[in-house]
Write a protein that binds this ligand. Structure first.
Ligand SMILES: *Cc1c(COP(=O)(O)O)cnc(C)c1O
Length: 393
């Protein structure tokens, strides 16, 4: 039976665990200077919203991603909210977003007063399908006030959120062509894709602005947090200003020149993140090795498709996933894996099926519906490889 076969395959890839413990889906690992840096904050008193680690994590993210500016904020969702604002999205606009994503992508749209407009994803990369998006826009888009308008609702469609699902880069070149054709601004949700590149270029540097997340389940964690990235220094500076209460430096005076947000990342969290970033190359190597083992193990199993790194890209392999035949099989596989101590999970519930979003405009979403019925996410923590010292990078 397939569920037992899959459990057997997981046993062959993952190290044995003590009885009654689980192989987690994605767990943080603190093997570097996390303790030292966090203690340093406490000992020096710099625990809050300013401090050396905040500046340091921002400069390091710029180095890693090649972004002109990185601004540390309180979560990935808030980074997206700021990103959409800086992309020029106005209250009552519509923002295209895949239905197959984490709820934060859609929530951020609502937090700035716009409406999510759900689109379909392609079964290979699991990200927005450029061809299907083009055909859809050709059907529904009109022009008004030098903007692209949804002819059905009369509202401007001002931005497109592209999500690099599970760390696999979306097809940015094709998506950019569609976005240019319809004058729609791209905001990248790179929450899951720190370390993933297209050619030599890091995800999160293609859109006008991008969001990273450092939640506890991501490849690098600050406990909770995120970052806004931009290749445009002015946009980056705006992000910093807007997320830090729009304070104007004026010596000891408290002076603010517009309504800002308080979305700052505390120095304590940035300290944790700085130590985590130092270990990013190691985490990436381990995850690449684990993914290669999964590909090797599952590539000869009939009726199972393993999600692979897209051609010309390097994935961070944040989450490994397989696809089985149908929903029933998926449920049986999930049951068998979790019973055997392997935390396997379905994909998210599709956004357009959640009660708060089911009124939102949308394309036909049959590809995504078919995908989530079949996806099974597998244990993907970097420490699953080499915890016994066998990993050779
Ligand atoms: C994690 C995640 C977010 C949100 O990040 P938070 O830091 O949890 O707010 C947004 N989009 C995607 C695709 C994510 O995986």
């Amino acid at each position: 039976m397939l569920p037992d076969l899959i459990v057997g395959k997981l046993r062959s890839v993952l190290p044995e665990l003590p009885p009654s413990s689980m192989h987690a889906l994605h767990e943080p690992e603190f093997k570097g200077f996390e303790r030292d840096y966090v203690l340093d904050c406490i000992e020096t008193g710099w625990v809050s919203s300013v401090g050396g680690y905040v500046d340091r994590i921002e400069r390091e993210l710029e180095q890693i991603t090649g972004a002109a500016r990185a601004v540390a904020v309180s979560s990935g969702t808030s980074a997206l909210q700021v990103g959409l604002n800086l992309a020029g999205v106005q209250v009552d606009d519509e923002v295209l977003v895949p239905t197959l994503t984490f709820v934060g992508s859609a929530n951020a749209i609502c937090h700035i007063g716009a409406t999510p407009h759900f689109i379909d994803s392609d079964p290979k990369r699991l990200a927005v399908d450029p061809e299907k998006l083009r055909r859809y826009l050709e059907r529904i888009a009109g022009r008004g006030n030098s903007k692209t308008i949804n002819r059905k609702t009369g509202r401007p469609i001002s931005a497109l959120i592209v999500v690099h699902i599970f760390g696999h880069p979306a097809d940015m070149a094709e998506l950019q062509l569609v976005a240019d054709e319809f004058e729609i601004t791209i905001v990248e949700d790179a929450a899951e894709s720190l370390g993933s590149t297209i050619g030599e270029r890091h995800t999160g540097t293609f859109g006008k602005v991008a969001a990273l997340s450092f939640n506890g389940n991501k490849i690098v964690t600050t406990g909770g947090g995120g970052a806004v990235l931009s290749m445009d220094i002015d946009i980056g500076d705006r992000a910093k200003h807007l997320t830090t209460t729009a304070r104007v430096s004026a010596g000891w005076e408290f002076d603010h020149d517009e309504i800002g947000w308080n979305l700052r990342m505390p120095n304590l969290n940035a300290a944790l993140g700085c130590a985590q970033l130092e270990r990013l190359p190691d985490a990436l190597a381990r995850k690449r090795y684990l993914a290669a083992q999964y590909v090797d193990t599952f590539s000869d199993v009939p009726n199972v498709i393993i999600i692979r790194e897209p051609e010309g890209c390097r994935s961070n392999f944040w989450l490994n996933a397989i696809m089985v035949k149908d929903r029933e099989t998926r449920n049986a596989v999930l049951e068998a894996c979790n019973t055997a101590g392997f935390m396997a999970r379905p994909c998210w519930r599709l956004m357009h099926t959640l009660p708060m979003f089911n009124f939102c405009p949308r394309d036909d979403l049959s590809l995504s519906e078919h995908l989530v019925d079949r996806l099974v996410c597998l244990p993907s923590s970097p420490q699953l490889i080499g915890s016994d010292g066998t990993f050779e990078g």
